[in-house]
Design a protein around this ligand. Structure first.
Ligand SMILES: [Zn+2]
Length: 176
């Protein structure tokens, strides 16, 4: 029915789409075994995140070849890189002034009734630095700016303690 040249042309035309489909299946396999998106984001092992990033990068290359948009893949890579960064952060830390800081995921911010945006710059974030004394969640950049100007007021510590305790209670409550 088709001559060889046309067949070859057709195969070449479909190749990127087949590759995109194959990558989609790979992604599904790699994200299998989790109850929910929440479960995935909190518990997926780092090496599995790396594999997913690899597949996403490959999809981006293929899509660029056919001039398709790659915003979704780029966003997914950003999310995974941020989730990886979150895993490297301690459960709690102290600012240079001595204020208590809790690194939180956007999932935790939703639990707290927030929108998942930085309280200082209003940009969407995956990882937040919760500043107890301000009862605010900042992105990394705004947090770093804040620590250069914040002053330590011992009289605010009872407010900090109250905020931190309430926040920890909400984010560790399984039923929330
Ligand atoms: Zn910010």
């Amino acid at each position: 029915m088709f001559n060889a040249k046309f067949k070859k042309k057709l195969t070449k035309f479909f190749e990127p789409f087949m590759k995109i489909d194959a990558n989609k299946r790979k992604m599904q396999e790699l994200s299998n075994g989790f109850e929910s998106e929440d479960d995935f984001q909190r518990n997926v092992p780092v090496d599995r995140m790396d594999k997913i990033i690899e597949v996403l990068k490959d999809t981006i290359e293929v899509k660029k070849g056919i001039e398709y948009k790659t915003i979704k893949e780029e966003e997914a890579i950003h999310t995974l890189e941020e989730l990886k960064r979150f895993r490297t952060l301690p459960k709690e830390l102290k600012s240079p002034q001595g204020y208590r800081i809790i690194p939180l995921l956007h999932l935790d911010i939703f639990k707290l009734g927030g929108w998942g945006i930085c309280d200082a710059c209003n940009k969407d974030q995956i990882v937040f630095m919760y500043i107890g004394v301000l009862n605010s969640a900042y992105c990394q950049a705004c947090y770093e700016e804040w620590i250069t100007i914040a002053k330590y007021y011992p009289q605010d510590i009872h407010v900090e303690t109250r905020n931190i305790e309430r926040t920890l209670k909400v984010i560790t409550d399984e039923n929330n």
